[in-house]
Design a protein around this ligand. Structure first.
Ligand SMILES: [Mg+2]
Length: 233
């Protein structure tokens, strides 16, 4: 049976943060000053209303994050403008999936921007980088139930909370892309069987091993069947 695997987009296969950092610098840097310090202090509860994927890396206040996403909303086809998380990774992923007959789904919580729908922009971006006919699904934050409903074997994501969600709500193996520069992966992730890898390339290597392991028992079963038949003859 072919491996069914889902990949998150931002921070996993696409480098959203590099682009958003430039946008946020332009939006929030006071003349002659440095960036994010201009926002007022806010209560932590307000973060729930932020429309886009988490951008903790940018160290913005909730109000600034909302302004950032409001700004992105006005940029024509913003989701087609990002660089890959690692150059050539989409073509490599497409090649591996084709060779190994994987079924691949891309999942994202991207908010809309001007131009095409988020789904169509994401599909165009994946095609432009070498993945033909990509399946893209724009989902609210919970990914575990999706992984369960679609009977996925693995989900690759850069967010520990998404991986925990997958670990708790589905039988899929969550693969956390967590660069060593980010420090140790959260302990909860280790305890719940989340596989932590240092890069998207390592995630791909892990999936190939997982695929090999899944294929092995079938081969062994077939050999045993053949041996039994021979012993009867
Ligand atoms: Mg992500």
């Amino acid at each position: 049976m072919s491996l069914r695997v889902a990949f998150d987009m931002d921070g996993t296969v696409a480098d959203m943060y590099a682009v958003l950092r430039r946008v946020s610098d332009a939006l929030f840097a006071p003349p002659g000053g440095s960036g994010a310090a201009v926002g007022a202090a806010e209560s932590p509860g307000e973060t729930s209303a932020i429309p886009g994927p988490s951008v903790d890396e940018l160290h913005l206040t909730a109000a600034q994050q909302r302004r950032l996403w409001e700004h992105v909303k006005g940029i024509e086809d913003f989701w087609t403008t990002l660089p890959e998380a690692s150059p050539g990774i989409i073509a490599r992923l497409a090649d591996t999936a084709r060779r190994r007959r994987w079924e691949v789904l891309f999942i994202t919580t991207r908010p809309p921007s001007a131009g095409d729908t988020t789904q169509a922009q994401t599909q165009r971006w994946l095609e432009a980088h070498g993945f033909r006919l990509p399946s893209v699904f724009v989902v609210p934050r919970s990914r575990g139930k999706l992984a369960d409903a679609l009977q996925l074997d693995a989900v690759v994501d850069d967010r520990p909370e998404n991986c925990l969600d997958v670990a708790m709500d589905s039988k899929a193996t969550p693969v956390l892309v967590w660069p060593s520069t980010s420090g140790a992966a959260p302990a909860a992730a280790r305890h719940l069987g989340v596989r932590t890898v240092g890069s998207i390339s390592e995630a791909l290597a892990f999936l190939e091993r997982l695929d090999d392991e899944r294929r092995q028992p079938a081969v062994v079963r077939r050999i045993r069947r053949l041996l039994r038949r021979e012993s009867r003859d």
